[in-house]
Design a protein around this ligand. Structure first.
Ligand code: ATP
Ligand code: MG
Length: 174
């Protein structure tokens, strides 16, 4: 699966609507401290269904909404749209939006869907919100410091083996 495009609005420091194209190959995000590099990675995790406030570095789920600054009022909602495709197949457009006091809602290709449907779409460890392919600053140090057995588990995940376990579990529960 390849992510082509990301649209953010009101998500953390991305207060004004922003659109990013992601070209094939390796993408680097550079910029000064506090410019929003980690927020960008968190936006990708969030639209893929991240449910842990901790891994989004926030106290509660609504904390992802732009909280305002001394010169700008806070926003009422945050929205992230991810455009992806599976090996040149049909485009997949996933939208997640959260409004203050109203929780978050997902759409896939324009249709309202459940959080679970989005989780299944990204069930593969190679593509999901918890994918080892999305490596954040703190995690790099964790990989380096890991004991060999722990590192093996990380590599197995990266190879997509953990994704098979998720799929099997889901199949068994049907
Ligand atoms: P570093 O290089 O230090 O890791 P970074 O580029 O990863 O920096 P981020 O952590 O992505 O930076 O961005 C931090 C900025 O985002 C801070 O200025 C913080 O105030 C802002 N921010 C985070 N959440 C919100 C929010 N809900 N509303 C407004 N601003 C926010
Ligand atoms: Mg950072």
């Amino acid at each position: 699966m390849q992510i082509h495009r990301l649209k953010l609005s009101g998500f953390k420091s991305f207060v004004e609507p922003a659109e990013l194209r992601i070209e094939p190959g390796l993408t680097g995000v550079v910029g000064p401290n506090g410019c929003g590099k980690s927020n960008l990675l968190e936006a990708i995790r969030w639209v893929m269904g991240e449910t842990s406030a901790k891994s989004l570095r926030s106290g509660g789920m609504e904390d992802v909404i732009f909280a305002g600054t001394s010169t700008r009022p806070p926003r009422d909602f945050a929205e992230v749209v991810l455009h992806a495709s599976d090996d040149g197949d049909d485009e997949l457009v996933v939208t997640r939006r959260i409004e203050r006091g109203a929780g978050s809602a997902y759409r896939v290709n324009g249709r309202d869907v459940r959080a679970k449907d989005v989780a299944l779409t990204f069930a593969d460890a190679a593509t999901g919100a918890h994918s080892p392919a999305l490596v954040s600053q703190g995690k790099i140090a964790q990989v380096i410091a890991a004991k060999p057995t722990e590192r093996r588990a990380m590599l197995e995940e990266a190879a997509g083996i953990a994704g098979l376990h998720v799929r099997r579990k889901d199949a068994e529960s049907k």
